[in-house]
Design a protein around this ligand. Structure first.
Ligand SMILES: *Cc1c(COP(=O)(O)O)cnc(C)c1O
Length: 431
């Protein structure tokens, strides 16, 4: 499969090159040249397939012959080493739990798949040169990338995170692994971290001496595997014979955009709801038709504090840059922190279920949509509540027990290098 740049000013590349480069040379995001729907037969019999078999059917056209079947199946098996349960919360509302992986957020799927693709391409390369994955995180990406890439040959990972602005669990997940994973604790905000990473990607001295790449959802190997769990949810809810509506708590809009790709493959999804916190760029766009990026504002659902969602351009591409068509498939609503806290309380009161702040935003968006529409609603529970203890415990007056994968890192010692300026980052990368 070849990929083109959405800026249309760079040559088309193979899956392998799209994965290794991350972003096209014209700074555009890569998009697959074609999308071929899966057979009716596949959907009719999906309940007889294992998750691994489904994932292989879903991803194979996007990889093409660049990873042989046997290796691709191995990559998928290693990626999907945990469950994706759909849990009913109330009538017609279910939670799709995406937090059963090693770092307890949905980003594990994309990060594990991408890391293993890198591992494969590196093993195959005759002139294996070391790749440095450079990534800024507001919390969850760092942990998922650290865990996904741990021990992958030929890859060094450098993670920048804003000092004091990630939760204790998140900090431990990205600072305690050692080996090929290095954490830089930045005296600043997430926006500062991201700006440093962007500067690095444009710094000729660095790009001439290092193979730098990114690991956020602009990378097709992190973005596309996120299609899988929409199929897994369908498999579990198919017997309800109702129209499916997904509400996705959205920040950079990679996750929801993967759901839309699943729909393009023929998955019968009736409608998408993009639920956001007060970083409401997309809800505003759908209302006004004007896309206005803004500096991000800090909220209790901090993994969605994004003021210029990078994958939105892919969403527009999927629907042919046609706003009417887009609106037929997508609604988008924004919610405040107070509304989010109230929703967490309401969910617990109604069903005993404990949602994290991101899942609660998803629940709110779904409720709002279902108020006027009848369907089977699913919100994506994108992280385990333990990752946002400092929000969840006081709001719900509840003690959250640490699952084993959290206990394991929380006892380890943090190792991070403190930096304040771009030059300190550059020196670190060059040494
Ligand atoms: C990253 C993240 C999101 C946002 O996902 P996007 O693909 O960036 O829209 C939502 N919730 C949690 C818990 C996350 O870690």
């Amino acid at each position: 499969m070849n990929y083109y740049s959405l800026n249309k000013k760079a040559p088309n590349v193979s899956f392998k090159d799209a994965v290794i480069k991350g972003l096209a040379p014209d700074k555009g995001l890569y998009f697959p040249e074609s999308i071929t729907p899966l057979s009716k037969d596949f959907f009719n019999h999906i309940e007889y397939f294992s998750n691994e078999e489904i994932a292989y059917e879903v991803i194979k056209q996007f990889v093409g012959d660049e990873i042989p079947e046997k290796e691709l199946k191995e990559i998928i098996n290693e990626t999907l080493c945990f469950d994706f349960p759909v849990v009913e919360i109330e009538k017609n509302i279910s939670s799709l739990e995406l937090f059963h992986g090693p770092t307890m957020a949905f980003k594990d799927v994309g990060a594990r798949f991408m890391a293993r693709c890198f591992g494969y391409f590196n093993k195959e390369a005759k002139d294996a040169t070391k790749v440095t994955v450079l990534v800024a995180t507001s919390g969850d990406t760092g942990g998922a990338v650290a865990s996904g890439f741990l021990g992958v040959d030929g890859v060094d990972v450098v993670i920048l995170y804003p000092s004091g602005k990630v939760s204790d669990v998140q900090e431990k997940q990205l600072t305690t692994l050692g080996q090929n994973i290095k954490a830089l604790e930045v005296n600043g905000t997430f926006d500062n971290c991201q700006a440093m990473v962007k500067t690095a990607f444009l710094d000729p001295e660095l790009i001439n001496s290092k193979n730098l790449t990114s690991a956020n959802s602009i990378n097709v190997a992190r973005w596309l595997p996120q299609m899988f769990y929409f199929f897994f949810a369908y498999k579990q809810l198919k017997n309800k014979k109702k129209k499916l509506v997904f509400s996705i708590p959205s920040g950079n809009f990679g996750n929801i955009c993967a759901g839309m790709m699943a729909q393009q493959l023929g998955l019968p999804i009736e409608h998408f709801v993009a639920s956001t916190n007060i970083n409401d760029i997309v809800p505003n766009y759908l209302e006004t038709g004007i896309y206005t990026p803004k500096p991000s504002k800090q909220t209790i659902s901090n993994a969605m504090d994004v003021g210029d969602p990078s994958n939105f351009i892919r969403i527009q591409e999927i629907y042919g840059n046609n706003d009417e068509l887009l609106k037929k498939h997508l609604s988008s609503y924004a919610f405040t922190d107070d509304e989010t806290r109230d929703a967490m309380k309401e969910i617990k009161k109604i069903s005993g279920y404990i949602a994290d702040p991101h899942g609660a935003v998803g629940y709110l968006g779904l409720k709002k949509y279902l108020h006027a529409n009848s369907a089977q609603g699913i919100f994506l529970e994108t992280a385990h509540p333990v990752k946002f203890l400092d929000v969840v415990e006081p709001v719900l007056n509840e003690t959250i027990e640490f699952p084993p994968q959290i206990l394991e890192v929380i006892e380890k010692d943090k190792i991070a290098i403190e930096i304040s300026t771009y030059n300190e980052l550059k020196d670190f990368l060059l040494k």
